[in-house]
Write a new protein. Structure first.
Length: 377
C-alpha cells in the first residue's frame, strides 16, 4: 500500500495586510484517504478571508460527516455546500455581499490495487502533478487570460503580466448551485503512480513563479516542508504582491522508467546492418505508401470541405468581470485571427503536400526503373 505524505503553508506576502488564502491538508476518515485544498478569497473585496474560511470549514465538515462512499461525488457535494454556505452568510451580512473564493480540492484514495486522485476545481487556483520528471497542470483556469494561455494565444510570461489575469468567471459563493450544475465545478479522477508529487497553489505563486522554476524545486531533493517554503520564498523574492499558498503531497515509491538499452560511454548506439536487398524493399514500401497517399488525397479532394470547429467560449458574465464589452473584443478578435491563421496554414500545407507528393512519385518511378533488372527472377 502506498503511503501519502503532505504539507501545506500560506503566507500573507509583501504587499497585503491580510491573508485571504486558506488551505486544507489532513487525513480523511482513515489513513487511506487524504483531503487537500488550496483556497483563495477574492482579492479586492471585503470579506475574502471570510469566504475562504467558510469554504474550508464547510468542506471539512461535509466530508467528515459523509464517512466514506463515492469520493468524487462526495467532493462535489462538499464544494457545493461550501458555495451555498457562503451565500447564506452574505444574505445575513450585507456588507460582505461581494465576497467569494476560488478553490481546488482533492481526495487521494489509496486502495490495495492503486492510488486515485479525485479533484473538484472552481476558479484559477491550480493543481500540478510532478512525475517522471514531467510537470503537468491538471486543472483549467476559469479565466479569459488563462484560457488564452492554454490555447497558445498568450505565452506563460504574457499571461503572468496581463492586466486582467485575476478576472475569473467561476466563483464559489456567487450564486446558489446544486452538485450536478453544469459550468460550475470541474471534477475528475486521475490514477497516481508511486513517486508522484502533487502541488496545490493559489495564483499568488503562479502569477510570479514560472513552471520551470516550480519544476526545479520539485525535482530537487528535500522534504515537503522545505520545498513548500522554497516555492513561497520564490514568490516573495519576485515581489510577493499577493497572498501565497502552497500544499504539497507525495506518494511513496519510485515511478517506473522505460528500460533503455545499454551503450558504451562515449560511443553512439550501434547502427544495425542493412540487408543487401534493402533498397528494393524500401522502394516497394515507398511505392505502396505513395499509392495510399494519392488515394487519400483524391478522396479528400472530392469530399466537401468540413467547417473548422470553433471552441465554445468560456462565459465571463460574472460579478468579477465588469468591462464585458472590452472582454468580448479581447475574446472574439484574437480567436478569429487565430482561426484565419490556422486556415491559411492548412491551405499552404495542402499545396506543399501536393508538390511533395509529385516529387515522391517521380522519384519512386526512377528508383523502380533502376531496380527492375535486379528484381527479375
Amino acid at each position: 500500500m502506498n503511503n501519502i505524505h503532505f504539507y501545506g503553508e500560506t503566507n500573507v506576502g509583501r504587499v497585503r495586510s491580510n491573508n485571504e488564502d486558506a488551505f486544507i491538508a489532513t487525513t480523511l476518515w482513515d489513513d487511506k484517504h487524504t483531503l487537500l485544498a488550496a483556497i483563495d478569497g477574492l482579492g479586492g473585496y471585503e470579506g475574502g478571508e471570510v469566504a475562504a474560511d467558510i469554504a474550508r470549514g464547510s468542506i471539512i465538515e461535509a466530508l467528515n460527516n459523509a464517512r466514506g462512499g463515492d469520493c468524487l461525488a462526495l467532493l462535489k457535494e462538499a464544494v457545493t455546500r461550501a458555495n451555498n454556505a457562503i451565500i447564506d452568510y452574505k444574505e445575513s451580512h450585507p456588507a460582505l455581499a461581494q465576497m467569494g473564493c476560488v478553490l481546488t480540492a482533492a481526495i487521494i484514495e489509496v486502495t490495495p490495487d492503486n492510488t486515485v486522485l479525485h479533484t473538484a476545481h472552481v476558479g484559477d487556483t491550480r493543481l500540478y502533478r510532478y512525475c517522471r520528471g514531467n510537470l503537468d497542470k491538471l486543472t483549467r483556469d476559469h479565466s479569459l487570460v488563462g484560457y488564452r494561455e492554454e490555447i497558445g494565444e498568450l505565452t506563460e510570461e504574457e499571461a503572468m503580466s496581463h492586466p486582467r489575469r485575476n478576472l475569473v468567471d467561476r466563483i464559489v459563493g456567487q450564486e446558489r448551485h446544486s452538485a450536478d450544475d453544469r459550468n460550475f465545478i470541474d471534477a475528475a479522477s486521475f490514477p497516481l503512480e508511486p513517486g508522484t508529487c502533487l502541488l496545490f497553489c493559489s495564483d499568488g505563486l503562479t502569477d510570479l513563479v514560472t513552471t520551470a522554476e516550480i519544476k526545479r524545486v520539485l525535482a530537487h531533493d528535500g522534504t515537503l516542508d522545505e520545498k513548500c517554503r522554497q516555492l513561497i520564498h520564490l514568490a516573495l523574492d519576485h515581489g510577493g504582491r499577493d497572498n501565497v499558498t502552497v500544499v504539497l503531497a507525495h506518494i511513496d515509491g519510485t515511478a517506473a522508467h522505460p528500460q533503455e538499452e545499454d551503450t558504451v560511454a562515449g560511443e553512439p548506439p550501434a547502427t544495425p546492418k542493412r540487408h543487401k536487398r534493402a533498397p528494393l524493399v524500401l522502394a516497394i514500401l515507398v511505392t505502396l505508401a505513395a499509392i495510399a497517399a494519392i488515394a487519400y488525397f483524391a478522396l479528400r479532394h472530392n469530399r466537401p470541405a468540413q467547417p473548422t470547429p470553433v471552441p465554445a467560449p468560456i462565459p465571463v458574465d460574472t460579478v468579477v468581470v465588469t468591462d464585458s464589452a472590452t472582454l468580448a473584443t479581447d475574446t472574439v478578435a484574437p480567436r478569429a485571427d487565430s482561426l484565419r491563421r490556422a486556415l491559411d496554414a492548412v491551405q499552404q500545407r495542402r499545396v506543399e503536400l501536393n508538390d511533395s507528393l509529385d516529387g515522391v512519385v517521380n522519384d519512386i518511378r526512377s528508383q523502380l526503373n533502376r531496380l527492375n533488372p535486379t528484381a527479375q527472377p
